[in-house]
Write a protein that binds this ligand. Structure first.
Ligand code: B16
Ligand code: MG
Length: 212
């Protein structure tokens, strides 16, 4: 096999929490009278919660204190977690489920590399709490994507060097992070055509084509 491990982004790769992020940020932006739409929401993919808020507030006519910003982020996260409660193992697509089950039968180490601090909650909701060999997420890093810290941490946790791992990402910030960390990257979804990626996936199951 070309790789010894795979590091998966979570939101937008394993599951579609991106719509819930959008709805929660949209509710906050509407309350504050700030223009926000799905196109702008794409800029938030893979980016940390506070960095996402800063991107939203770029369109605000007002400036806010750090305390106000912390409260806004908390407000969004409370609504987002309410929406996450709707998730269940049925939210895992057949394509993702079948592929993960097949990969689990190989010698490959499988890890999560997500910017999200809600990663443990999401994995629990979709029934994957105990599936991966390692989970690196927003709770164990200080620098969010496009910095490679979360992927480097995941590789360290599964005992592999970046050159032996493939990162799977749906965000341009994540593709950039993978390249910066010395990882090969398979891009899908919003970032599928990113020229910095080594592989361009139409769907999750196309991963099998990268493993040779
Ligand atoms: P939270 P990923 C990222 O997850 C999301 O793509 C991004 O939109 C979000 O702002 C970030 O997690 C932080 O999420 O507010 O739950 O800590 O794509 O890296 O799995
Ligand atoms: Mg993502």
């Amino acid at each position: 096999m070309k790789y010894r491990g795979i590091i998966f982004d979570l939101d937008g790769v394993i599951c579609s929490t991106d719509e819930y992020h959008y709805l929660a940020w949209k509710a906050l932006a509407d309350r504050l009278g700030i223009p926000f739409d799905r196109e702008r929401n794409n800029l938030l993919r893979g980016v940390s919660r506070m960095a996402s808020l800063d991107i939203i507030l770029e369109k605000s006519e007002k400036t806010y204190t750090d305390e106000e910003k912390a409260a806004f982020a908390e407000e969004k996260n409370t609504l987002y977690r309410q929406l996450l409660k709707r998730m269940s193992p049925a939210d895992l697509s057949d394509d993702v489920k079948t592929t993960l089950d097949a990969l689990r039968k190989t010698d490959l180490k499988l890890a999560i590399g997500s910017s999200s601090k809600n990663t443990p909650f999401i994995l629990e909701r979709i029934g994957l709490s105990h599936f991966f060999d390692a989970v690196a997420d927003g709770n164990c890093i200080t620098r969010s994507k496009p910095h490679p810290e979360v992927f480097l941490k995941a590789a360290e946790m599964i005992g592999l060097s970046p050159a032996d791992c493939l990162v799977v990402e749906d965000a341009h910030a994540g593709v950039e992070a993978a390249a910066a960390g010395g990882f090969d990257c398979a891009a899908m979804g919003d970032a599928r055509d990113d020229a910095r990626a080594n592989w361009h996936l139409e769907r999750f199951s196309d991963l099998s084509k990268c493993l040779g």
